[in-house]
Design a protein around this ligand. Structure first.
Ligand code: NAI
Length: 338
């Protein structure tokens, strides 16, 4: 098409960014791993988020196509694509929020920990980029095993002297989303009315739904509790098996990631009472990282809530979760400090 028109349009892009930045709050968001199974629907949903003024899509493969495709959506966020390690710094510079779904997903028979050898290095490299180019950004880690990749990120930031524990969050939102859905199914409620806190971590028995604290208040038989706890803990595996080798949860994960990213952005904007569960640097238990309810604000995590009263089966679950978590955290820390 006409070259002059193209020039006009590209200056239009700049003014769109300025407009979004100057008027209603507009945040700059980067997605690392944007062309993947999670990355693509996540990029699409973030392009639809009115809080986003600039969306940077980074991947080591296929970003030009995804970027071109998504940039045609008539929503206000301006989209730019970045391909390969030589463009990582440009992708990250100036970002307010960095979402990381880069890495390999599970196949049937694999645990999340089986992904460690590949994903640990990917997360380390990407976080080194964050430390260098946007050390004040909020970081949302999706890449598994989250129980180890979040400790890796923390070590990278510590090493570079940029660590702010308020800005590092492992995304466990999908566990909450699943818990709300499965509990609503059992109770015959609309899932939107259900809120189940899920604490601990994001793998197997470290995923601990606190059914005794759900809203609306409900009581369950021990069979119902056992069924629900097991289904929530194994929700990811349910999807891996149904996809039969084609990957793990991507669409529900993208939905959950956007729900969580939107909460982070509302916090940055200064909204009150933005509270979600996440796997964060924590003193709620004796472990250095733990998932629990956190309040999000202008600096990221403003407050971490204690676990609250647990019933007997949750107390047993907590001990199992802590045992599972301790090893995964240690594995991440020793990888990043070696
Ligand atoms: P995928 O394989 O479809 O996509 C991963 C993307 O990452 C690919 O586009 C790939 O090119 C890219 N990538 C690989 N190395 C990279 C690097 N160094 N820099 C930037 N991009 C890179 O995988 P999918 O299904 O999107 O899953 C991604 C991750 O999310 C997996 O580790 C998976 O286990 C995890 N996951 C986490 C969940 C959670 O609740 N936190 C839920 C579901 C998946």
């Amino acid at each position: 098409y006409n070259h002059n028109l193209k020039m006009e349009r590209s200056s239009g892009l700049e003014s769109a960014i300025c407009r979004a930045k100057g008027g209603a709050p507009g945040f700059r968001v980067a997605i690392l791993g944007a062309a993947g199974g999670i990355g693509q629907p996540l990029s699409m949903l973030m392009k639809m988020n009115p809080l986003v003024s600039l969306l940077h899509l980074y991947d080591v493969a296929n970003t030009p196509g995804v970027t071109s495709d998504i940039s045609h959506m008539d929503t206000s966020a301006v989209v730019r694509g970045f391909l390969g390690p030589q463009q990582l710094e440009n992708a990250l510079t100036g970002m307010d929020l960095v979402i990381i779904p880069a890495g390999v997903p599970r196949k049937p028979g694999m645990t999340r920990d089986d992904l460690f050898n590949i994903n640990a290095g990917i997360v380390k490299t990407l976080c080194e980029g964050v430390a260098k180019c946007c050390s004040k950004a909020i970081v949302n880690i999706i890449s598994n095993p989250v129980n180890s990749t979040v400790p890796i990120a923390a070590e990278v930031f510590k090493k570079s002297g940029t660590y702010d524990p308020r800005r590092l969050l492992g995304v466990t939102m999908l566990d909450v989303v699943r818990a709300n859905t499965f509990v609503a199914e059992v109770l015959g409620l609309d899932p939107r009315e259900v809120d189940v806190p899920v604490v601990g971590g994001h793998a197997g028995v470290s995923i601990l739904p606190l059914l005794s604290q759900m809203k609306p208040t409900c009581s369950f038989t021990s069979e119902e509790t056992a069924y629900l706890t097991s289904r929530i803990q194994n929700g990811g595996t349910e999807v891996v098996e149904a996809k039969a080798g084609a990957g793990s949860a991507t669409l529900s994960m993208a939905y959950a990631a956007v729900k969580f990213a939107d909460a982070c952005l509302r916090g940055l904007r200064g909204d009150a009472n933005v509270i979600e569960c996440a796997f964060v640097p924590s003193t709620v238990t004796e472990l250095p990282f733990f998932a629990s309810k956190v309040r999000l604000g202008r600096n990221g995590i403003e407050e971490i809530y204690p676990l609250g009263p647990l019933n007997e089966s949750e107390r047993v679950g907590l001990e199992m979760a802590k045992k599972e978590l301790a090893g995964s955290i240690e594995k991440g820390v020793s990888f990043a400090t070696k």
